[in-house]
Design a binder for this molecule. Structure first.
Ligand code: GLP
Length: 241
């Protein structure tokens, strides 16, 4: 694992955006795995700037998002579909047909998970996966567990995750308690991974993820076994390392 310590959130966002830009320059039809949450928002803003300056072209990329809440339609402002449109896709030239996000309203959830996984495999897997990290060590919505879930699957969210994500909703009761998430194997098959974290709040979990024991209780710790992971953190997070 390569750990890059930068000054602050803006620098994390710029560095991450540069990595995405280089990936797309090197291979314009890259398959990129995108993440949601607060952490990558700055990176998306930087990517939009780069796009407006003609420095990056999304025309041929394929996007696969990590996860989606179960039971929220695309139009719901709290859905990850909505998030991706409003934070990136509406502002760049990605083709609609190249946007892939699990359908949280699918009639058969098992079929949706299977088909999502199949689609990722059909395009040859993910070239670059962007990750944030939950306070409990989750990546995507792979929650702490007794075993690692391999492929795209249906998840029951942890209380801690529901609490953390309630900040985006009017009340905690509105937070979905289930989700669809890429699995650990899906993520680990990505050829390159960047993991972003900032602030004191993420210090302890980043420490556990990169220096602690590899255990499904801290799902991000599995990344220690991946050959090409760059962790980008600010000084506050790094003070825990
Ligand atoms: C959510 C997402 C994750 C994300 C995490 C951290 O639960 N499913 O993909 O990494 O929250 O979010 P934040 O960046 O807001 O701390």
């Amino acid at each position: 694992m390569q750990v890059e310590i930068v000054e602050d959130y803006i620098d994390i966002s710029k560095k991450a955006a540069e990595i995405v830009k280089t990936q797309i320059k090197d291979n314009p039809s890259s398959v990129i795995g995108f993440a949601t949450g607060d952490t990558p928002k700055g990176m998306y803003r930087e990517l939009i700037k780069l796009y407006n300056n003609g420095e990056v072209d999304f025309a041929d990329i394929k996007a696969f998002n990590l996860d989606e809440y179960y039971g929220l339609p695309k139009e719901n402002p709290q859905s990850y579909h909505y998030y991706m449109m409003k934070n990136l896709f509406d502002f760049v030239n990605i083709k609609k047909e190249n946007i892939n996000i699990p359908n949280g309203m699918a009639e058969s959830i098992e079929k949706e998970c299977e088909e999502y996984e199949k689609k990722i495999q059909e395009v040859g897997g993910i070239d670059l996966q962007v990750l944030g990290i939950g306070r409990n060590g989750h990546i995507g919505f792979n929650e702490p567990d007794l075993k690692f879930e391999a492929e795209t699957h249906f998840v029951e969210l942890d209380e801690d995750t529901i609490k953390a994500n309630s900040r985006f909703f009017h009340s905690i009761e509105e937070v979905p308690i289930k989700a669809i998430s890429m699995g650990i194997k899906t993520i680990m098959q990505a050829r390159k991974i960047i993991l972003l974290a900032f602030g004191k709040e993420k210090g302890e979990v980043i420490y556990k993820a990169i220096k602690g024991e590899i255990t499904p209780e801290i799902p991000a710790s599995i990344l220690q076994l991946h050959p090409n992971v760059t962790v980008i953190v600010d000084k506050e997070t790094a003070s825990f390392l």
